[in-house]
Design a protein around this ligand. Structure first.
Ligand code: ZN
Length: 217
C-alpha cells in the first residue's frame, strides 16, 4: 500500500477515488471534523470534474455528464457545525464515515487494555492498512516507538502533544519510519484517535525494546 506523504496529496487522492479503504476512511472522517479539510476535498472533487470535462475527446453526451455529476454528488459529505466548538463530536458520538464501522456505541466496544493508560479497538479488516481506535488516558504518554511503514493518526476527541506540536480534534499527524516519537496527552481529558498503519510499530525505549519480543502492537 502506499499512503501519500503529505496532507494535500492525501486529499487529492481521496477526491480522485484512488485511496485504499483504510486511508480513505481517515480522510473522510477528518473531512467531517475539520472544515478546512472538507473544503479541500470539495475543491479537488470539483477540479476532478473539470479535468474529466477537458479530457473528454468529444462533448459528453447528456447522459454521461449526468452520470459523472451524480458520482461527484454521491461522494461522502458530512456536515459539521462551524466554529471551534463544532469541531468536537458530541460525547459518545463519532463522525458518520467512521460510525458505519462501529458495531456498538464507543463506550460499549470491546476495548483491549494495552497498558494502564492505553486502550484500543481494531476496526474490521479493510484494504490499505490496519485501522484502530486508540483511547489514551489524560496525563499519559504513549510508548516510545518508530514505524515500519506510514502511520496516520487523526484526533477525534481531546488532544495530544508530539514533537513540539499540539494535535487537537480534526488534526491529522502523518509519521513514517524516519519518525521516532512518544506522543503525550498533557490534558486531564483523555484523547481518542483513529490510527491507520500498514505495518506494526516498533517500540524503541529501553523497556520497549525488551517488550518488542513479546508484544505485537
Ligand atoms: Zn507513531
Amino acid at each position: 500500500m502506499s499512503i501519500p506523504a503529505n496532507q494535500d496529496e492525501l486529499r487529492l487522492a481521496y477526491a480522485a477515488g484512488t485511496l485504499a479503504e483504510a486511508p480513505a476512511l481517515v480522510v473522510a472522517t477528518q473531512a467531517a471534523l475539520d472544515p478546512a479539510c472538507r473544503r479541500d476535498v470539495e475543491r479537488y472533487e470539483a477540479l476532478g470534474g473539470a479535468i474529466l470535462d477537458a479530457m473528454a475527446p468529444a462533448p459528453l453526451s447528456a447522459g454521461a455528464r449526468e452520470d459523472i455529476l451524480a458520482l461527484l454528488d454521491a461522494a461522502p459529505r458530512e456536515e459539521a457545525p462551524d466554529g471551534a466548538a463544532g469541531r468536537l463530536p458530541a460525547a459518545g458520538q463519532v463522525p458518520a464515515p467512521l460510525a458505519r464501522y462501529l458495531p456498538a456505541p464507543l463506550e460499549r466496544l470491546p476495548w483491549r487494555q494495552v497498558t494502564r493508560g492505553l486502550r484500543d479497538w481494531l476496526l474490521p479488516e479493510m484494504a490499505g492498512g490496519r485501522a484502530r481506535l486508540m483511547w489514551v488516558r489524560g496525563g499519559t504518554a504513549l510508548p516510545k516507538h518508530t514505524h515500519n511503514g506510514p502511520e496516520m493518526t487523526l484526533v477525534l476527541e481531546g488532544a495530544y502533544r508530539d514533537g513540539g506540536r499540539d494535535y487537537a480534534a480534526g488534526d491529522l499527524q502523518l509519521a513514517d519510519p524516519s519518525v521516532d516519537h512518544q506522543p503525550r496527552v498533557e490534558t486531564r481529558a483523555p484523547c481518542l484517535c483513529l490510527v491507520v498503519t500498514d505495518a506494526p510499530v516498533r517500540l524503541t525505549g529501553r523497556v520497549g525494546r525488551f517488550l518488542n519480543r513479546f508484544v505485537r502492537y
